[in-house]
Design a binder for this molecule. Structure first.
Ligand SMILES: [Zn+2]
Length: 208
């Protein structure tokens, strides 16, 4: 734990000092331009990979960067509330759904044994099950190398979550009216590369 406490002190002395004026301004309100939906994985740091500062990204992170389809419910729903709030209250201009390499959540779609002790996670990942089906359809019965299967699952999952995102009334309307941009990304942890889905090409294309 010392590492965290020391880190807090270092943050105050260095990063805070460096951006003090910005932090003081942000102390009163936020005006983020983008809703970033990423995986809860410890290796994903949205501000780091987009070179953005505090106040720019309204961020939701959960296992396997999932967006539950829109529905009215009496349950306490975290991701759905965050999408609703980002659109209705913060009036964000962009939404990024970002998957990543070596995603444990996507991997578990192929190995349910890993989730024997995690029934809620297993249930949560049902929202990504279509990605697995699409990989199987793509493979047409031939066995895929593990790396290729993982990459395809992660990318199909991003597309599946974009599909869910477009079931939200606010998203659908603003996307059609072109006042909201929606992006599907895949981040490669070991190379630092990010690929973005190009609907024209129907493929993920490396940024840069
Ligand atoms: Zn992940």
């Amino acid at each position: 734990m010392d590492r965290l406490f020391d880190g807090v002190l270092r943050f105050k002395r260095h990063e805070y000092e460096r951006h003090e004026a910005r932090f003081r301004g942000l102390g009163r309100r936020q005006n983020p331009h983008t809703l970033f939906i990423g995986c809860a994985d410890s290796r994903i740091v949205p501000n780091l990979i987009t070179s953005t500062l505090p106040g720019e990204l309204f961020t939701v992170r959960n296992i396997a960067n999932i967006v539950p389809p829109y529905r009215l419910t009496g349950e306490y729903v975290s991701t759905t509330s965050a999408v609703e709030y980002a659109l209705g209250v913060l009036k964000i201009e962009n939404i990024v759904v970002c998957g990543h390499s070596n995603c444990g959540g996507c991997g578990a779609l192929w190995d349910e044994e890993t989730l024997r002790e995690a029934p809620h996670t297993r249930r949560w990942l049902e929202l990504a099950a279509r990605a697995r089906e699409r990989v199987l359809a793509h493979a047409r019965g031939r066995p895929l190398p593990e790396g290729e299967r993982a990459l395809l699952t992660e990318r199909y999952n991003v597309l599946e979550q974009l599909r869910h995102l477009l079931t939200y009334p606010g998203v659908k309307e603003r996307f059609r009216a072109r006042s909201l941009k929606v992006f599907g990304w895949h981040y490669e942890i070991d190379s630092g590369e990010v690929s973005a889905y190009d609907p024209g090409e129907k493929a993920f294309v490396k940024i840069g």
